[in-house]
Design a protein around this ligand. Sequence first.
Ligand code: TXA
Ligand code: MG
Length: 328
Amino acid sequence: MASVTARTSDIEKAAGVLRSGGLVAFPTETVYGLGANAEDSAAVARTFQAKGRPPSHPLIVHIGGAELLDDWARDVPPAARLLAARFWPGPLTLVLRRGSRVLLEATGGLETVAVRVPDHPVALALLSAFDGGITAPSANRFGSVSPTTADDVRAELGDVVGFVLDGGPCEVGVESTIVDATSEVPSILRPGGVTREDLEAVLGCPLAVPSSSRVRVPGQHPSHYAPRARVVLVEPEKVVAEAELAQELGHQVGVFLPAHLADTPVKAHAVVTLPASMPAYARGLYGFLRELDQRGCDLIVASLPAEEGLGLAIANRLRRAAGPRSNV
Ligand code: TXA
Ligand code: MG
């Protein structure tokens, strides 16, 4: 778990900001969120403005515990209860039928709501002090890389967020897995911190996962999670040659060097050697993208990890980072 814990006075102050309709950035185990009182339509509207996000893109309502689920969702099916009991607090978001406390502004007009209980001591302390639901998208500008440290939040949204709670670097590093639990057989809308394999083991049935290249979910566009530099995906064994060619052609190339090629010299502007373990890769992913931006790269050459375990979420984010940019 996160090593830094915000002071009680900071938590109280943040809860007060939420009560008075303001925005608070806070840490979760996945990424930092931009929090607002889920029952205050003006505060929810301010969230969309701050991010530059279209109001049709639904938000996740964060709650303090699974026992509060029926306040925010109705007709919760048994499979959703099972997942909540097993994975909350944790990086799992459940899409359910909208309960009466949920504003349509928060769901982008949908009759469903996304709900999760974050697994971070600062987030849980804030939810407990505030004693209500907190809508929180990732605390970045629309379309760009999600923040995994308080400094990332300040760099992204420092001018518009009143208060940033610092809880240290996020442990998981990619967003929550979103599961549509409204239909008989749940499906994965966005791969994330809880793996498909773990979900299937609990449910005892296979889950559908959307192809990353198609827009299926409101708010999920092909280009998202994108650094300033253009991202190009190639086969792992072509990463070095592709990077060197682009560098020779005059690009400032950043390289995501696969772990098994760690000792290979690469003539490029900046090289990140990827960790071999998927949890470490997920934890570092957004930081690596930010680092290559900060080092002035205009092109990032990367490859996809095997799409199993956390590799599924990492590959999904890399595909979106490499996606067409015209719609953001
Ligand atoms: O890990 C996370 O989930 C982070 C932390 C802060 O909790 N939050 C996050 O929020 O990633 P955001 O807004 O960046 O992404 C939430 C996504 C939306 O883009 C949308 O696709 C999906 O959740 N979503 C929300 N409500 C939905 C609904 N009713 N039906 C389908 N998808 C929904
Ligand atoms: Mg986001």
